[in-house]
Design a protein around this ligand. Sequence first.
Ligand code: ADP
Ligand SMILES: Cc1ncc(COP(=O)(O)OP(=O)(O)O)c(N)n1
Length: 264
Amino acid sequence: MKHVLTIAGSDCSGGAGVQADLKTMSAHRCFAMSVITAITAQNTQAVNDVLDIPPAMIEAQIDAIFTDIRVDAVKIGMVSVSDSIRAIAGKLRQYTPPFVVVDPVMVSKSGYDLLRPEAASALKELLLPLATIVTPNVPEAEKLAGMSIRSEDDIKEAAQRIYALGAKQVLIKGGHSDGQPTDWLFDGQKFTAFPGKRIDTPNTHGTGCTLSSAIASNLALGHPVEQAVELAKQYIQTAIEHSIPLGHGHGPVNHFYEYYGGEC
Ligand SMILES: Nc1ncnc2c1ncn2[C@@H]1O[C@H](COP(=O)(O)OP(=O)(O)O)[C@@H](O)[C@H]1O
Ligand SMILES: Cc1ncc(COP(=O)(O)OP(=O)(O)O)c(N)n1
């Protein structure tokens, strides 16, 4: 069995963050582990509060796992403060897991800043150079690349700028674009498009967390990056198609469909 670790924030409503990651990794039949970076009080409508875990406690969680258990891939999600980013980067340099997927979480669907403005440069300088693949959505890619994105040419220019920050591969996701949700992968040489079919639903809470965790699981399972992205794209497409009308805002995507081969 492969062992996959998420380093991310907790979403008590279960749609995004660590909870989405653990469900995704389990659905891929990987053994899922978590290092909690922050506790959020959120639901399908809003993020009401965030408590950041002290960096020393983040380090202690990482040490507890790596000193005892083989880790086949790591996914990094919400890390809101630069001291925590620095702590995580230091530990990953120490333990050198084979694959690191960085989802540069910045703003929740409900509009809450999950990355403090002061921490953006630490994310760029410390986490991106460790990334096997970084998976920004369009607003995140705009911030990382320092440019606005309005066209396919802009996506390609932004991907090249983000690649120059040190990530080995860059996947710019198309969920926030107009039209069909095509994701673009850049490996330093070529661009590969991963087309999707847009599902007209408000229930897309946790799509980015799910996609990055599926990529991490697929890398742990031995798939090369391009195939890991292709399979993850199929996973998120099905999970959105069967998403759950839970709560009064953006409901979560559905992991049970793929786990049990049917609705829960
Ligand atoms: N309505 C939708 N229908 C189909 N795929 C979608 C939809 N919204 C997002 N996706 C896909 O979900 C994944 C996450 O993308 P995105 O929503 O852009 O990320 P984030 O959750 O980080 O903002 C991408 O593969 C994207 O193409
Ligand atoms: C704790 C936590 N982490 C990440 C997010 C953002 O998740 P994402 O998959 O990008 O989904 P949306 O916020 O776009 O629904 C989060 N909300 N909480």
